[in-house]
Design a protein around this ligand. Structure first.
Ligand code: NAD
Length: 401
């Protein structure tokens, strides 16, 4: 019998992600019993009292508060989840590190590269473990893709296409949540979805070194939504309008690092929050001299693969996720039983807690957040200057190469 270790959990913000983090922690002992970690939901904070009440009565937290500092000062809290809107991330993450708490923070870690770097500095000063909400990298099919690339099964990688097209704001009367205000969110779809696509590209292929981009706003004004109410999927008829302050759509050309190699890997990254059709159409295509792969989050358990130029049957084979891919076997014993979005958060929780407990460091970390923020910022600047921008490389990020 594995020795059981209790880890005290503090949660900051009980919105969509906060609820999901709480459920992910409690699933870890069921899915990964050999870790011997029993998360204990100690205290949750939210600015909205109704959400604090929900955390206690439904999620099972022992205590609740409207002041997140009480979470960080609680001696029974070992790890903290930071699931607040983006404008609070840097303040909360730096305070968590200074309080000596390991933290799992939602993306984007900061609203800018400078804010993300400030979090990184606090993490390094205080030696705490981190985890970033880059959940798509945990999809078993994606873990398999990374392995195919690292093992050279696709040959030299020639080009990559990542398109993260969502429809959550496709409706012109879609709510003006905090995501559309620059001081609350930072950039728009660049921070929200493009950053996920950047992380997937860097995790599966390698570090991005140069970017040029264009952005646009499709809808200039939307009906206002109060903080702590509803979700960013809400549609509001006849409400007071407020200005959309950040981009709905972004497209970039990127070049990957690798000056030692003759062949330069290049690619495109595109993201939209106003697409009509794809709802979470998050696609990654990787092309190499010996094969290629295609993945779409809307069909997260499938992977299209071609290995070898001279295969007898030309074209893609569609495979279904199986116990051979990533952490799939932890959820289902046999191939083809579909996993979902929430399962990716359980994998993320496990990687974080395992690292905190001194086990394997498979978690995404603050260096990955800085690596993604550097590309996002280069894209944002490039859209203004209409020129290529270079990206400083990050030591410690979990890029494929
Ligand atoms: N990894 C992913 O796929 C993913 C998906 C959605 C959101 N996110 C990220 O998660 C974060 C939260 O997004 P969400 O969709 O859960 O937001 P949400 O709007 O559903 O929830 C935000 C919560 O923060 C609370 N809050 C506001 N001010 C606060 C304060 N001072 N102290 C404590 N709580 C406060 C609000 O009352 C609300 O309950 C964002 O950074 C977002 O980018 C990541």
């Amino acid at each position: 019998m594995t020795e059981q270790k209790s880890i005290g959990v503090g949660l900051i913000s009980v919105g969509w992600m906060g609820k999901l983090h709480a459920r992910a922690y409690t699933s870890v002992p069921y899915v990964y019993p050999e870790l011997g970690i029993i998360p204990r939901l100690v205290i949750a904070a939210d600015a909205e009292q109704s959400r604090v009440n929900f955390a206690i009565s439904v999620l099972g937290f022992e205590r609740g508060t409207k002041d997140y500092r009480e979470v960080l000062n609680d001696p029974e809290v070992d790890v903290v989840s930071i699931c607040a809107p983006n404008f609070l991330h840097a303040e909360m993450a730096v305070a968590a590190a200074e309080a000596g708490k390991h933290f799992w923070i939602e993306k984007p870690a900061g609203r800018s590269l400078a804010e993300t770097a400030a979090i990184q500095a606090a993490v390094e000063r205080n030696g705490v473990e981190t985890s970033i909400g880059f959940n798509y990298r945990h999809a078993p099919a994606i873990e398999h893709v990374r392995q195919l690339v690292v093992d050279g099964r696709l040959g030299e990688i020639t080009n990559v296409r990542a398109s993260f097209l969502a429809g959550y704001a496709a409706e012109p009367n879609g709510a003006l949540s905090w995501r559309f205000e620059r001081k609350l969110a930072g950039s728009g779809v660049l921070a929200d979805l493009f950053s996920h696509a950047v992380d997937l590209c860097q995790y599966t292929v390698g570090a991005i070194s140069e970017v040029t981009a264009a952005t646009s706003i499709m809808f200039e004004a939307r009906p206002k939504l109060s903080m702590g109410r509803g979700t960013h999927f809400d549609v509001i008829e006849g409400g007071e309008l407020g200005a959309v302050e950040n981009e709905d759509y972004a497209a970039a050309l990127v070049q990957f690092a690798g000056p030692d190699r003759a062949l330069k890997t290049v690619g495109t990254i595109e993201a939209s929050r106003v697409a009509v059709g794809p709802e979470c159409g998050y696609r990654l295509e990787i092309y190499g001299t010996e094969g290629s792969v295609k993945w779409d989050f809307e069909r997260m358990n499938e992977l299209q693969v071609v290995l070898g130029r001279a295969n007898e049957e030309q074209g893609y084979t569609t495979t279904v996720a199986s116990p051979k891919y990533g952490d799939y076997a932890r959820f289902q014993p046999g191939p083809g039983n579909a996993m979902g979005f929430d399962d990716l958060k359980i994998i993320e929780a496990k990687k974080f807690l395992a690292a905190v407990a001194g086990g394997a460091e498979l978690n995404s970390n603050i260096h990955d957040a800085v690596a993604a923020a550097a590309v996002v910022e280069a894209a944002e600047q490039s859209a203004q200057t209409r020129s290529w921008h270079s990206v400083e490389q990050q030591v410690g990020a979990t890029c494929a190469r």
